[in-house]
Design a protein around this ligand. Structure first.
Ligand SMILES: Nc1ncnc2c1ncn2[C@@H]1O[C@H](COP(=O)(O)OP(=O)(O)OP(=O)(O)O)[C@@H](O)[C@H]1O
Ligand SMILES: [Mg+2]
Length: 236
């Protein structure tokens, strides 16, 4: 079996003496959508930080396209094609929408206009509001800015921590449609979601994380069909 495009394998780590990640493994293939679900405090965000290099691992490693990147800084991972939209504080509220998007491209030296056009095509409302301070936008639109900003680096892997937090079901469905569209262009999506049912419906691969360890792993459809997963995490 060939190695996944991105894998955080047997990750162990935490913030103080205690470990939050207890050997969990998270992976995503090229152009696929992998979804992490699990209870509050399970370590989902911590696992994302570890994969992105914001948390030093005490065990395990992260590999991208066959290369061990465990020792790389987040900036170096961005240069390798990774982008991360954190759960909170993922936009610059006082800067305009367009300035936010331009900030996303700060590492690039080439022409960013085509990527900007691509983002505006994906999220047309952002073009209309491009001169407005991002902080004035609705919750769903701010998440579009955050995702758009991440896309400005032209990533191979897009990591999203609860992109639909606090948005209405309609806005959530719309954002999921855009995420599917992004994946179809060949970008891998690794995302954490609290809307477990809806997220697993679009997932090629799903992970149920509990206390920093893999409780259930499978295709989205397998997890949706698993009676234990349904009873424990999907409300029956
Ligand atoms: N910066 C930090 N310093 C110390 N402890 C932290 C820090 N961030 C998170 N924790 C703790 O680590 C554990 C896992 O937190 P984490 O944010 O990874 O969970 P989560 O699964 O993302 O939860 P949620 O669903 O609420 O977003 C929790 O007990 C949390 O209190
Ligand atoms: Mg979290």
């Amino acid at each position: 079996m060939s190695e996944p495009f991105l894998i955080g394998e047997a990750m162990v780590g935490g913030y103080g003496a205690a470990n939050i990640l207890n050997g969990c493994t998270i992976a995503v293939e090229k152009g696929e959508i992998a979804v992490i679900v699990g209870p509050n405090g399970a370590g989902k965000s911590t696992a994302m930080k570890a994969v992105f290099g914001m948390l030093r691992l005490r065990g395990g490693h992260v590999r991208l396209d066959g290369q061990d990147i465990s020792a790389l800084s987040p900036q170096d991972r961005v240069a390798r094609g990774m982008a991360f939209v954190p759960q909170t504080h993922n936009i610059f509220a006082s800067m305009s929408v367009e300035e936010n998007l331009e900030m996303g491209a700060f590492l690039r030296r080439d022409d960013i206009r085509p990527t900007l056009e691509m983002v505006y095509h994906l999220f047309p409302i952002l073009r209309d509001k491009r001169h407005q301070p991002a902080g004035e936008l609705s919750g769903g639109q701010r998440q579009q800015v955050a995702v758009g900003r991440a896309l400005m680096t032209q990533p191979k892997v897009l990591m999203l921590d609860e992109p639909t937090a606090g948005v209405s079901p309609i806005v959530m469905d719309e954002l999921f449609d855009r995420i599917i569209e992004i994946a179809r262009t060949g970008i891998s999506i690794l995302m954490v979601e609290q809307n477990a049912r809806q997220a697993l419906m679009i997932a090629d691969r799903g992970y149920v994380l509990v206390q920093g360890a893999n409780r259930f792993t499978g295709t989205g459809a397998e997890l949706m069909a698993d009676p234990d997963v349904r009873r424990t995490f999907l409300g029956g």
